[in-house]
Design a protein around this ligand. Sequence first.
Ligand code: ADE
Length: 242
Amino acid sequence: MRIDVITIFPDYLNPLREALLGKAIERERISVGVHDLRDWTHDVHRAVDDSPYGGGPGMVMKPDVWGEALDEVGAAQEATPRLIVPTPAGRPFDQKTAVRWSQDPWLIFACGRYEGIDQRVIDDAATRMPVDEVSIGDYVLVGGEVAALTMIEAVVRLLPGVLGNPLSAEQDSFSDGLLEGPCYTRPEVWRDRPVPDVLRSGNHAAIARWRRDQALERTYHRRPELLSALPEGDLDKADRKQ
Ligand code: ADE
């Protein structure tokens, strides 16, 4: 997969080179380009923003600069990219979205700052490529960079050969619509707290049942709306007793 990020703060994306993402680059599962939006300005001030039509506070990112940046970055490969615009006004990003994007050959993230990017940039790009305006949560960040990093990490860990154990991605929280329950490792007793007996029983069916019950209970307490969203057939008889 190819990933490009356009931003006025390229250094903000340095964590892309670390840990799991860095390994994915080293192993050539992904290639990443981070581009400074100001490279497409033509004035001495390298201005990327201007005051909003209609008045109001804040500044809006200029269409001419973004337009040229997207034309150039979007022409660098053969495939058609998906353009992703992080914005608090977007559709919610979730695991399903991450899975869908992980099938794409090429993602371009357009990170806005200030009040946002002139809407015509997004409308114009949408005539040539799929465009998703997405939010990572109901709070406002100062720009799209951290949101882009979040989404890139969620997508890249789903690519084949990126996680050491592919079962980790399959058994994630959300993969069955529930939150994952608690997990434990050695020592067997720590600060007088023992690991639950069942996990040391060797009884695989009992362990699976216990884990499922823990997931149901945790989801019920922390995210009840996820339980109501489960298709009826997803709950078995033992689940219903919970
Ligand atoms: N930019 C600012 N806030 C954001 C959010 N919550 N999600 C995505 N991009 C953003």
